[in-house]
Design a protein around this ligand. Structure first.
Ligand SMILES: Nc1ncnc2c1ncn2[C@@H]1O[C@H](COP(=O)(O)OP(=O)(O)OP(=O)(O)O)[C@@H](O)[C@H]1O
Ligand SMILES: [Mg+2]
Length: 405
């Protein structure tokens, strides 16, 4: 089986998926922007070929370059688990005659308005929404939908250029701040908790699913520097409120006719107990969430995904054994990381439940929290009991500090 993997070296999860493909017996051909020499050895060594392209975002040239490159060799799959490359992968499939998601099927996963239009037609509860490319259209949408609102890029990621709006003055301010964004979505603001619904599918069957609870909502973390945010992959997705989100997720996958690969959906649970769709990507979640799912079930979903994509099955026992919480750390202060405070006490209490600690090393510059969800590190705690898991995650988020100066 010959598989083209777009961007095998970046972002951080891609090398894991690339190795997963090789592990299930695929011949993996990488396409990316970096020179082959810049790929980590453990990625390079599993590739059967690599094509360096000038820019992955010049889709037409990439298609031509790849067509020339693979001439005469059958390509069985084209995979991309990085949000901006999802449509490119579909274009390559069409050009090379490979099965899988077409451009028409991929666009609703990238364009937040077409996404919600398809779902509205299928009767899925989405926030009221409108597409706008001028300030006037934004004002009109605001009037029609009513405050509170949210404004965000049509093809956004990482909560960038996303603002909650409570009134007209917020809107005017946001119009200034989003001037460089060509097209936005203006949406009804949904109060409540926010969760994910992630799946690995094959031929329309959900082989694995996960629900993670964001604490707090990603937008709150994005707008407040001091927050060490958490996400908890839940062990039990059959409790009534979570079940509603799961049902919503299944409906969404059906409406979008998703067939094979990873999906990452976000949804809201309102104080009244209604599950409301947020967004969905035809790719794995970022920010180490696949690792967190792995910790929750003692599995390897990088390989599991590859098996689903290449062989139509997921043979690992993926039953959840734990709630697994990741805590993303942000250093306090500017400059260089000088010390870690409070970690030892937490470890002496909860050490056996803490399964991963990866931090900006002492002596290294602190990271720009606005550019990366992971920030200055990620710590994973897991426990069969959700309350205990939350307690450990809260301790890590509040009593552990990374100090920079
Ligand atoms: N209609 C809404 N009501 C309330 N909050 C919202 C709404 N839309 C977005 N948000 C908040 O803004 C965040 C970012 O929005 P969204 O997930 O649509 O964009 P994104 O930038 O693609 O996300 P990601 O960070 O997952 O890449 C959401 O996670 C949520 O916290
Ligand atoms: Mg999102």
């Amino acid at each position: 089986m010959n598989v083209i993997m777009i961007s095998p070296g970046f972002p951080a999860e891609m090398p894991h998926f690339t190795r997963g493909l090789a592990r299930v017996g695929a011949r993996v051909f990488g396409v990316g922007e970096s020179p082959v020499g810049a790929l980590e050895e453990d990625v390079r060594s599993v590739l059967s070929g690599y094509l360096q392209v000038k820019s992955l975002w010049d889709e037409q040239s990439v298609v031509q370059e790849v067509e020339r490159w693979v001439q005469g060799h059958g390509i069985d799959r084209v995979e991309c688990l990085w949000e901006p490359g999802v449509v490119l992968a579909a274009r390559l499939r069409e050009a090379l005659g490979a099965p899988g998601m077409t451009v028409a099927q991929a666009i609703p996963f990238r364009d937040k308005e077409s996404m919600k239009q398809v779902l509205d037609r299928a009767g899925v509860r989405t926030p009221r929404h409108a597409r706008a490319s001028t300030s006037e259209q934004c004002r009109q949408a605001a009037e029609e939908i009513g405050y509170p609102l949210i404004i965000k890029p049509i093809a956004g990621a990482g909560s960038a250029d996303t603002y909650p709006l409570h009134d007209e003055s917020d809107l005017e301010q946001a119009l200034e701040l989003t001037k460089h964004v060509p097209e936005v979505s203006v949406e009804e603001f949904i109060e409540g908790e926010e969760f994910t619904f992630d799946t690995v599918c094959s031929n329309g069957d959900v082989l694995f699913h996960n629900v993670a609870w964001y604490r707090p909502k990603p937008l709150v973390a994005r707008l407040n520097a001091w927050v060490n945010s958490q996400a908890i992959a839940l062990r039990d997705t059959d409790v009534p409120d979570i079940k509603k989100g799961k049902q919503l997720g299944f409906d969404v996958l059906r409406a979008l006719e998703f067939e094979t690969g990873f999906t990452h959906m976000e949804w809201f649970l309102t104080p009244k107990g209604e599950a409301v769709f947020g967004e969905i990507g035809a790719r794995a979640p970022g920010a180490r969430l696949v690792h967190v799912m792995n910790y929750s079930a003692d599995v390897d979903l990088f390989t599991g995904w590859a098996e689903a994509v290449c062989h139509g099955r997921l043979s690992q026992d993926t039953r959840k054994r734990y709630n697994a919480a990741v805590v993303f750390m942000r250093a306090q202060g500017q400059g260089t990381v000088r010390s870690y405070r409070g970690l030892e006490q937490i470890l002496s209490h909860y050490g056996e439940h803490i399964v991963n600690i990866e931090l900006t090393p002492i002596g290294a510059p602190r990271r720009d929290w606005k550019k990366s969800v992971v920030g200055d590190g990620w710590v994973v705690a897991r426990h069969p009991d959700l309350e205990v898991t939350s307690e450990i995650a809260n301790r890590l988020a509040t009593d552990f500090q990374i100090l920079a100066s």
